[in-house]
Design a protein around this ligand. Structure first.
Ligand code: ZN
Length: 132
């Protein structure tokens, strides 16, 4: 009788511990993830004077939308994910972004969902399937 009561608790505990261990990568030092809007500014002479400058404001890449030029960090654009997280990207990163581009939060969540599906069903699905 006593074992029957303990098993479900053990199973939940194992799941919680497993979820904690399954995060296989950490946020890199250079990555910016903010839940508060990051300040932007209008393009200045430094940008508009260059013939190669393209205003990327409004550009959509996967889950991300370009909000504007970062007012705080040089040569970075502020992007907003559909989940509400703000981040910084270079123009090159925006132009080269994959159609499933997303913020770090969404990526971590997608990886966790994939691991969970694999653990439950044995099926290994492309992580992009969880970013649709
Ligand atoms: Zn996101």
């Amino acid at each position: 009788m006593k074992q029957g009561h303990e098993r479900p608790v053990d199973r939940i505990a194992a799941r919680v511990v497993g979820a904690g261990v399954s995060f296989e990568f950490k946020i890199s030092d250079g990555a910016v993830n903010s839940f508060l809007p990051l300040p932007t500014r209008a393009p200045g002479r430094a940008e508009t004077g260059q013939s190669c400058f393209v205003d990327l404001t409004g550009t959509k890449l996967g889950r991300l939308t370009v909000i504007g030029i970062s007012a705080e960090v040089a040569a970075r654009w502020v992007v907003r994910c559909v989940c509400g997280t703000y981040g910084l990207r270079t123009a090159r990163a925006i132009k080269a972004a994959a159609p499933d581009a997303c913020c770090h939060q969404c990526h971590v969540l997608a990886v966790a969902k994939r691991k969970d599906l694999e653990r439950r069903t044995g099926r290994l699905v492309d992580v992009r399937e969880f970013l649709k």
